[in-house]
Structures are given as C-alpha cells and as structure tokens.
Design a protein around this ligand. Structure first.
Ligand code: DP6
Length: 396
C-alpha cells in the first residue's frame, strides 16, 4: 500500500481597491479594517499547485515553488497545514472507510505563470492555491468561505483569492477570527468588462514587506485610526454600491482615494515608508490627464506595497486608457501578447496630454519595465493538470 494521492488547482491574484493595512491580531492575520478587491484573470496571472501525500514520502512536509524548495516551518504555512489536517481528521474519525491521509506527509509543488522578478505580490494566489489544493486532496466539504478563514492565516490578502469577481473581506470582531472571512460582492459576470493594465516599475531594491510595514503603521501613525475607523467603513459601503450599480466613476474615485489614503498612512509611519516612487507618481499624473481629457473618470490607479501601478478601466475605454499608455511607454514586454497586439497605440491623445504631463510621460517610458494586460476573472479552478507524477516525483 504505497499509493500517491494527488489533487491540483489554480488560484488567482487579486488587487485591492480598498486596502487591507493593519492587523489587530498578527498571529491570526485579523485586520483592523475590512477590504475589497478585484480578482484578476488566471489566463494572465495565476498559481498552479498540486498537493500530494503518501506513506512513501520522507516524514517532513515539503513545498517546491518554481523549482525551488521553500521553508514550510513558518507559523503561517504551519497554521494552514494544521487546520486542513484537523478537518480531514474529523472526516476520518466519522468514517472509518476513509484512508488516513491526515497522518501522511505532504508534498506540494507550485508554479506561477508570471515572472517572479516582476515584484507582483504572489502570496495571495500562492496561499489560496495551497489551501484549495490540500482541501481538494483531502476531499473536504468546506466552502470557499471556510477556506478563506484558513488562507487568511497564510497571508491576509489570500483569503480574497478564494472567490472570483469582486470580493470583500469582512474584518469581523471575534477574537478567534471565526467571522473574519471573504465574501463575494458580485461575480465576474456581473461586471465582466472591467480591465486592468499593470505597469511593472523596476524597483532598485526590495522595500519594506507588507507584514512589517503595516505593524509599524499601526504602532506609529496618527492618521491610521481615522482611516481604519471612519474612512474605510464609509468607503466599503460606497464601493459595494458602485459595483452593484456598475458605476465606474464612483468605483474609480473611491479606488484612487483609498490608494492615496493608504500611502498617506505609510508616509505618516515613523520611520516613513515610501512605496511610491517618481515613476509611480508619473502614472498617477498620466491617469489624471486621461480623465481630464475624457471629462470624467475612465481610469483609476491603485498601488500596493511597491511602486507598480495597477490601472483599472472598462473595456470600452481600452483605446483611451491602455492605448494611451501603449503610445506613452512604447515597446515593452507585455504588449506583444494577443490582447496587447489588439490595443491600438493612441498617439493622437498622447500629443494632447503631453502639454501638461510631458515630464510624466518621459518618466514612464524610462521607468516601466513591462506591462501586463488583464481583467476581472474567476476564482480557483480544479484542474487535472498535475505537477507531480504517479510516482510522486515533481514534474518540472
Ligand atoms: C497593500 O496580505 O501581503 O497589498 O497578511 O502580512 O501576509 P500579510 O499581508 P499581505 O498584505 C497586503 C497589503 C496590500 C493591500 C491589500 O492587498 O489589501
């Protein structure tokens, strides 16, 4: 009896439009405010994970990411393994015909379809895929909500990657975190024409990690309390309404203001944290010019804990938004994909905005190393494509 049990999934990246920044419990990753994100298409950005277990494996659990062994001894990964094993054990205890998979070592193999060097936060897709793949392996009846509670302990933002479309994360109030879960605000099909262009900005060195940064903000920023207690609760309601009504102007305004508010608390942290650089600010300037030329908000920028810009827009404005960036930035990796080829460089509009944003356009051209064109997408998908063969060996 040396069976190799295997199950695979893919999981998406999500980019928040109302940011999670601050923990009231760092061990359980319980946040100081609710947040909301858009799940991005897995055709462009995803983690593919195969989870397996077998009595033939060495005793230690292992994880291979893009071919490199990862440390799984950290409290966050251990919490995910522990919770999932406990759920499997419950099933086994109530049904003696089930194999005792909860007692076997895990071997996990993961791959991202996007360049790690791009500096895109991959922990959300990574932990969502890890949790979903093990849940599939253990044949757990758990809902995405239940799994979001577990993935949250791996990385806070990962809980939102268990759903597709427009996804909230309720901060909750229970001390055990039982009510701090993700929920779907609307499926991707509700507002399917939401698109995003990601401007990957080459950062000279790695900045402060989200985990460390947010702890320092909570401890030192005086702007932070107003953000968590007043600003975000109001914006969560406004954002959900904007999504229900498919009101891009409201969606865009709240997105940009919330990104600015989050980065303001970073600057108000002591010592200050700078995630935005001159190229990021140039992207802001160009988005403002695009909106001024349109006479309304048709593009919305947002930035996570790094200089990359994510600009949301609706498909019908592709030429005005992505096309303008294509003309401004010029030939870069990412425009060459099928979708990128379709985007028409909008040189005429570029000439118009150059009058007031000429310097910003130059900065973008030099500072953006690649672009990723994507849009709203679905949640994790179970797949038959395995990264571990029938002998239990990784397929590299
Ligand atoms: C700025 O989820 O990476 O992207 O819970 O410590 O793993 P940990 O932090 P993480 O923080 C994400 C911060 C953010 C905003 C967001 O995604 O909501």
């Amino acid at each position: 009896m040396s069976e190799i049990y295997r199950a695979s999934t893919t999981a998406p990246v999500n980019i928040a439009v109302i940011k999670y920044w601050g923990k009231r419990d760092p061990k359980l990753n319980l946040p100081t405010n609710s947040s909301l994100s858009v799940t991005l298409s897995q055709a462009d950005l995803r983690t593919h994970t195969t989870a397996s277990c077998s009595s033939t494996y060495p005793k230690e659990d292992t994880l291979l990411l893009n071919g490199s062994p990862q440390d799984v001894s950290g409290a966050r990964t251990q919490a995910c393994f522990r919770e999932l094993r406990a759920l499997r054990k419950q099933l086994e205890d109530s049904n003696s015909s089930l194999s005792r998979l909860s007692e076997l070592p895990l071997r996990i193999v993961s791959e991202n379809n996007f360049p790690t060097a791009a500096g895109l936060a991959s922990s959300a897709a990574g932990f969502a895929a890890l949790v979903r793949a093990i849940a599939n392996l253990y044949e757990l009846p758990s809902s995405p909500t239940d799994l979001s509670r577990i993935a949250r302990q791996g990385s806070g933002s990962a809980c939102r990657s268990l759903f597709g479309g427009y996804v909230g994360w309720e901060q909750g109030s229970a001390t055990d975190g039982s009510d701090s879960v993700a929920f779907q605000v609307a499926p991707a099909s509700h507002w399917p024409n939401m698109r995003a262009v990601i401007l990957v900005v080459s950062a000279a060195k790695k900045g402060v990690s989200s985990t460390t940064g947010m702890q320092t903000t909570v401890a030192t920023s005086s702007l932070f309390a107003a953000r968590a207690n007043e600003t975000v609760p109001r914006r969560m309601a406004e954002m959900q309404k904007a999504i229900q009504e498919k009101d891009f102007e409201a969606f865009g305004k709240v997105t940009m203001m919330d990104s600015n508010s989050f980065h303001a608390t970073c600057l108000d942290t002591y010592p200050p944290i700078f995630y935005l650089n001159d190229v990021s600010r140039a992207a802001i300037k160009v988005v403002e010019s695009i909106n001024a030329a349109a006479g309304k908000i048709i593009a919305a920028y947002t930035f996570d804990a790094g200089p990359n810009a994510v600009v949301y827009y609706l498909e019908e404005n592709e030429k005005e938004v992505a096309g303008l960036f294509k003309a401004a930035i010029g030939e870069k990796d990412g425009w060459k994909c099928e979708r990128g080829e379709k985007v028409e460089a909008n040189g005429a509009n570029l000439e118009k905005i150059k009058e007031e944003a000429g310097v910003a356009v130059e900065l973008l051209k030099d500072g953006v190393s690649r672009v990723i064109l994507t849009g709203v997408g679905e949640g994790p998908v179970k797949t038959g494509e395995t990264l571990i063969d029938e002998k239990g060996e990784p397929i590299l």
